[in-house]
Design a protein around this ligand. Structure first.
Ligand SMILES: [Zn+2]
Ligand SMILES: [Zn+2]
Length: 225
């Protein structure tokens, strides 16, 4: 199996998530790539090892960022498609990645108090909102358990709800940002991911991108000032 065949499988997975909101089945993957089922499995394993997607314990496709096959606290409604939004970062990235979706409705609940929140996320301008995002896991530890890290990148009513949630879950504060900052982070992060030959960006090696979008401090692998 060559790298082009692995790339074929990657593209079918991403494009199926983009159009259907869900990953393709193994049968679909074999049919659309012309590969044998064992080759599909081998390609998925390689993509998982390379962090181009995340397989669960039974080999099922769990995530292909920014898409998720499992609920992590967000839904994203487009014109014709409904996605599990992955985390706050992933949900905000979807309109930037899909040319035909210039705005989506992101829905979630505050982990602090349970209040429901819905935000229209557009491609052309950041949302106006008083809500805040809190990310628990510093970027250099995201891939220790990427599903857990994503599941803890959430949107809260305000700082007070973040503080209450951190106390209740006995967690250390990560990074709090406003929604325009979250939008700037999400805007270019996944650029090119639906195209052939995409090279993914490792969060721990993306200091320049984080700096450019306005983030600072050791949480992002950057100096404070
Ligand atoms: Zn709240
Ligand atoms: Zn995520």
């Amino acid at each position: 199996m060559d790298t082009e065949q692995v790339e074929d499988v990657r593209l079918v997975v991403y494009r199926a998530f983009a159009s259907d909101g869900a990953p393709p089945s193994r049968v679909d993957l074999a049919r659309r790539t012309g590969l044998a089922p064992t080759e599909v499995d081998e390609a998925l394993r390689r993509l998982h090892e390379h962090r181009d997607l995340v397989l669960g314990p039974d080999g099922q496709i769990v995530m292909a960022h920014p898409f998720s096959a499992v609920p992590l606290g967000f839904s994203v409604m487009g014109r014709r498609t409904l996605w599990w939004g992955g985390c706050a970062w992933d949900s905000f990235a979807i309109p930037h990645l899909l040319p035909e979706e210039d705005e989506v409705l992101v829905a979630t609940r505050c982990p602090g108090c349970g209040a429901p929140h819905a935000v229209v996320v557009r491609r052309d301008a950041p949302p106006e909102s008083d809500l805040v995002a809190h990310f628990l896991t510093p970027v250099d530890r995201v891939w220790d358990d990427v599903v857990r890290a994503c599941g803890n990148q959430r949107i809260f009513c305000a700082e007070t709800c973040v503080t209450n949630w951190l106390e209740r879950t006995r967690s250390d504060r990560g990074c709090v940002m406003d929604l325009p900052q979250l939008w700037r982070l999400a805007r270019g992060w996944y650029a090119g991911r639906l195209d052939r030959g995409y090279q993914r960006r490792e969060p721990s090696a993306a200091a320049e991108y984080f700096h450019e979008v306005g983030l600072r401090g050791p949480f992002w692998g950057l100096p404070r000032a």
